[in-house]
Design a protein around this ligand. Structure first.
Ligand code: KG4
Ligand code: ZN
Length: 366
């Protein structure tokens, strides 16, 4: 099989995201200008109350070609596609294979470089998109990544150089939102629905624990909080439970971030990414924390916080600028920790979903 060329000719880059239940395509100019962006949040999973991997993979297969055609129609006159970047992991393997094979096909057909992007790296580098922050966000910065699948604090030191300061020892924050929403009978996905309900509730009405609060380090735990909600259900108004749960999560995130900030003296930016960053109460709490530490909170616009392909194309551009495209032989990876630390799904919890267990990180190279 002919390998696509490794040299990038500074032209538009196509980004493809297919690691979970968002099918997304974006076209960026070599300077990072967004020429086209399309996101399809697959509606197919709602009846199941969670993402069904097989359905997700099939939906990516159905939608990617049309969405790519639409994005490529935005190529500026006289310019050709010059590289293609696709999420290569971590995520659901079926969707990753669909997106990666699709990207490789385009790379081979157009004889252009291919980049396999780490989804977490894409979230981590989003803050550096030109135009987001005047002057751009320079390295190093602290990243709080809070989504349905991930909950970690990373020191972002350079492209490819990440140090994990803390992570969840059980659920991800978004996962906790989704599970508590389910307990309250809210529709999937739970986070946004819970935030809406919380608006009419009292955040101090229900006594809830804040696991690990004040403890050394920057790890997270949400399992005990979730169990406490389960016990309080029925004794309080759902809106009060929602508001109190949201407040507890905000308190936990702020406390853990404060510990991470202490581990990175002199850092000027706290960047938040992942779907939970859409939550206004959490954003406000983080904003106040950053201000207290003389830092700026960088929260990309919501559409760039949740899964999207702009971040994938941008991470691709960052890697191409360093002359680091990938081989066409790249095999998608369901697990692909940024700093070789790992979160392994080991056993189902009481909701029937799998729990995340923390594995201690080997010594970090950066
Ligand atoms: O980053 P994302 O789109 O996908 C991954 O999980 O990678 O994040 C989705 C997660 C879900 O758990 C969802 O419930 C949560 O982010 N989420 C929210 C809000 N919007 C989305 N959680 C709390 N408040 C929100 N407004
Ligand atoms: Zn994500």
């Amino acid at each position: 099989m002919p390998h696509p060329p490794q040299i990038w000719h500074d032209g538009p880059v196509l980004g493809i995201e297919s690691s979970c239940d968002e099918t997304a395509i974006a076209l960026l100019g070599a300077d990072g200008a967004i020429l086209a962006e399309h996101v399809l949040s697959q509606p197919d999973h709602a009846p199941y109350g969670g993402v069904v991997p097989e359905i997700a993979a099939r939906a990516h297969l159905t939608h990617l070609p049309g969405m790519a055609r639409a994005a490529l129609a935005a190529l500026p006159a006289g310019q050709k596609l010059s590289a293609v970047a696709a999420t290569g992991g971590p995520g659901l393997i079926g969707g990753l294979i669909v997106g990666s094979c699709f990207a490789k096909g385009i790379a081979i057909a157009h004889a252009i470089p291919y980049v396999a992007v780490n989804h977490l790296e894409a979230h981590a580098l989003t803050a550096r998109l030109p135009g987001l922050v005047p002057g751009g966000v320079a390295f190093p910065y602290l990243l709080l990544l809070v989504s349905g699948g991930h909950c970690q604090l990373l020191a972002v030191q350079a492209v490819g150089a990440y140090r994990r300061l803390g992570g969840t020892i059980d659920d991800a924050a978004g996962e906790a939102f989704d599970k508590v929403a389910k307990m309250l009978g809210l529709p999937w996905p739970g986070g946004p629905a819970l935030e809406r309900l919380a608006q009419s509730g009292n955040p101090r009405a229900v006594p809830l624990p804040r696991p690990l609060l004040g403890r050394p380090g920057a790890d997270f735990s949400f399992s005990g909080l979730k169990t406490a909600v389960l016990r309080q259900r029925g004794a309080h108004a759902p809106a009060d439970i929602a508001a109190s749960f949201q407040q507890a999560v905000a308190d936990i995130l702020v406390d853990r971030c404060a510990h991470a900030i202490a581990a990175m003296p002199g850092t000027r930016h706290l960047v938040v990414a992942g779907g939970v960053a859409a939550n206004q109460a959490i954003r406000a709490a983080l904003e106040a924390l950053a201000t207290r530490h003389g830092m700026a909170l960088i929260a990309p616009p919501l559409r760039l916080c949740t899964d999207n392909a702009v971040m994938v194309a941008w991470a691709g551009i960052e890697r191409l600028r360093l002359g680091q495209p990938d081989s066409i032989d790249f095999a998608p990876r369901p697990r692909w920790p940024l700093d070789q630390d790992a979160q392994i799904k080991t056993r189902p919890d009481e909701t029937g979903l799998f729990q995340v267990r923390h594995r201690p990180a080997p010594p970090c190279a950066v």
